[in-house]
Design a binder for this molecule. Structure first.
Ligand SMILES: *[C@@H]1O[C@H](CO)[C@@H](O)[C@H](O)[C@H]1NC(C)=O
Length: 363
């Protein structure tokens, strides 16, 4: 081929590639960690933008080492697996304490902070303080007989019923293993022009190895009903929510609950997770994308697993302190029976370096 043809081909290729990049951007970039450097999408949304008058924060928290809690868990399950004090689903690594400090420091614009809990307060919490609002399961579960519960799916499935006079429609949902590492803004979660920011995991549904026992599988089966989309049997572009802070609109929860009343009720009734539970963040993500304006900014969450390997964790903690991600999820991967105490001590050192000031609600 001659030189001119070659140059022509090259230009065409570059042109095609740029169109491709443009299109992927506009679709919001499917990858969880992908996305460009900007936070605003290039075009105005065509779907409805829901409004947020206020933005609150909602935590779920449990102290699984509390003897009363262990007793309730054992009674409810009749099974020793759930009664182990160290069972890491219920272990408290002081995440809530420092996460609340982090929110005060880096998200002072949040109107009100709520902690959804069983009948417990953290030992360090001053119950005379009303800056942090505790909501107990028995106070918002529609069916009081479902309490005590040890099922996070059930706790989330009843979020539609969080008291409207306390909790704003729009709230950021934190597990107690997530904290904020540098200033976050409302538009990291919701923008009055572009709608809700969404953060997807790179995992799509269904994943064959999860099919057998994973709770998410059941939720995949519920989505067609929820989305009124019988034709879409292909779930391959349905992503799970990234494991970080999730932004929710209570009004959408109410719609979801009305569309799947039996499934929500059954999930709330299960005292422990089951494979038939609805997985609320997953369903919400499908629902909000189908009916409302959404956009996908660059990922803001840093995920790390806390492991017993001290030298590995020292590197990890240093990385977090140096990089200061907007949100950090520290998943408890320590051994169940014999966690490495030095790793936990170093964790507290990192937390204290990050957030040394004691807020008014701590004793
Ligand atoms: C959890 O419960 C145990 C046992 O009652 C208590 O010693 C500990 O301080 C509690 N932790 C928190 C964070 O409340």
């Amino acid at each position: 081929m001659n030189k001119l043809t070659f140059i022509f081909l090259l230009i065409s290729l570059v042109w095609l590639a740029s169109i491709l990049v443009y299109l992927t951007r506009n679709q919001g970039g499917e990858g969880a960690t992908g996305g460009g450097p900007t936070t605003s999408p290039a075009t105005l949304p065509t779907k409805e933008v829901f409004h947020c008058e206020h933005i609150d924060a909602v935590y779920t928290w449990v102290n699984g080492s509390d003897p009363i809690h262990i007793e309730k868990r054992t009674q409810r399950s009749g099974n020793s697996r759930y009664s182990q004090p160290g069972n890491n689903r219920f272990r408290d690594l002081m995440g809530l304490k420092y996460s609340l400090r982090s929110l005060k420091k880096y998200a002072p614009w949040i109107r009100r902070v709520h902690v959804v809990a069983d009948d417990q307060y953290p030992s360090w919490f001053d119950t005379n303080n009303d800056e942090i609002n505790f909501i107990f399961h028995r106070d918002y579960f529609p069916n009081v007989e479902d309490v005590p519960t040890f099922n996070s799916n059930g706790i989330e499935a009843n979020f539609f019923n969080l008291p409207d006079d306390q909790v704003a429609d729009c709230f950021i949902y934190f597990n107690d293993d997530i904290f904020v590492g540098s200033p976050i803004e409302p538009k990291d979660f919701w923008d009055p022009v572009y709608g809700q920011a969404i953060y997807k995991s790179s995992w799509t549904a269904p994943q064959s190895k999860e099919k057998q026992q994973n709770i998410w599988h059941a939720s995949v089966a519920y989505t067609n009903e929820l989305l009124n989309r019988e034709w879409e049997v292909d779930n391959s572009n349905r992503h799970y929510a990234s494991h970080g802070a999730n932004f929710f609109n209570k009004k959408i929860f109410k719609d979801m609950q009305q569309l799947l009343p039996e499934e929500f009720k059954a999930t709330a009734r299960h005292p422990f997770r089951t494979a038939q539970d609805v997985q609320v963040p997953f369903l919400y993500l499908q629902m909000v994308q189908r009916y409302y304006a959404t956009f996908t900014p660059r990922a803001i969450n840093h995920y790390a697993l806390i492991q017993d390997d001290l030298s590995k964790m020292k590197v990890e903690y240093k990385k977090i302190l140096d990089r200061r991600p907007k949100t950090v999820c520290l998943n408890d991967g320590l051994s169940v029976d014999n966690p490495n105490q030095e790793v936990i001590d170093e964790l507290y050192i990192m937390f204290e370096t990050f957030f040394p000031e004691k807020p008014s609600w701590e004793l």
